[in-house]
Design a protein around this ligand. Structure first.
Ligand SMILES: [Fe+2]
Ligand SMILES: [Fe+2]
Length: 180
C-alpha cells in the first residue's frame, strides 16, 4: 500500500457517505422523517473520520510533502480552502439539527446544508482524485509513498475509528429510509 492508495481508499468510504447524505436530504425534502440519531451518525462520521483522519492525512502529511517539491501549490491552497468550507457547512448542519431537536422546525435548513455538503464532497473529491493521479505519477517517489503510508498507520487511534466508521456506514446503508 502507498500513501496515495490510502487516500483513494478513504475516498471510497467517503463516497458511501455521500450517497447516504444525498438520500437523507432527498427524503427530508420529501417530508419523510429520519431519526435524529441517524443524522447524528452522519455528523459523527464527518467530524471523526473526515476531519480527524482524512483531512489530517492530507493537510499534515500528504500536501506538505508535495509542496516541498514546490509543485502544485495553487491546487493545494484551493483544497485547504475547500476543507474549511466543508467544515463550515458541517457546523451549520449541527447547529440547525440542534435547534430542530429543541423543537423548532429546522427540516429545510438541515436538508439544505446536507445537500450543500454532498455537492461539496463530490466536487472536492473529484478534483483531488485527478490531483492524486498526477502526484502519484510525477511527484512522489516510492520511498515517500511508503514512508507516508507508515506514518498514516502509526497513528494507532485511527484503526479503531476506521472500524467504527465502517460499522456506522454499514448501519446507515441498511436503514429503512436508505432502502425505499
Ligand atoms: Fe481533501
Ligand atoms: Fe481527500
Amino acid at each position: 500500500m502507498s500513501a496515495t492508495e490510502t487516500l483513494r481508499n478513504d475516498h471510497k468510504q467517503i463516497r458511501r457517505l455521500e450517497k447516504i447524505i444525498v438520500q437523507c436530504h432527498t427524503k427530508l425534502y420529501a417530508g419523510q422523517d429520519i431519526p435524529f440519531s441517524d443524522i447524528d451518525k452522519i455528523i459523527i462520521i464527518i467530524s471523526e473520520f473526515l476531519d480527524a483522519i482524512h483531512y489530517a492525512r492530507e493537510e499534515n502529511q500528504y500536501f506538505p510533502c508535495i509542496a516541498s517539491y514546490d509543485s502544485m501549490k495553487k491546487e493545494i491552497r484551493a483544497f485547504m480552502i475547500e476543507h474549511e468550507f466543508g467544515r463550515r457547512i458541517a457546523t451549520s448542519i449541527s447547529r440547525h439539527l440542534q435547534k430542530w431537536k429543541d423543537g423548532e422546525n429546522e427540516r429545510e435548513p438541515v436538508a439544505r446544508f446536507l445537500k450543500a455538503y454532498a455537492l461539496y464532497l463530490n466536487d472536492h473529491m473529484t478534483k483531488e482524485e485527478q490531483f492524486f493521479d498526477i502526484t502519484e505519477k510525477q511527484v512522489l517517489s516510492q520511498e515517500e509513498e511508503k514512508m507516508m503510508y507508515e506514518e498514516f498507520r502509526a497513528v494507532t487511534a485511527v484503526v479503531t475509528k476506521l472500524d467504527d466508521m465502517i460499522k456506522s456506514l454499514d448501519y446507515l446503508e441498511q436503514t429503512p429510509w436508505m432502502k425505499n
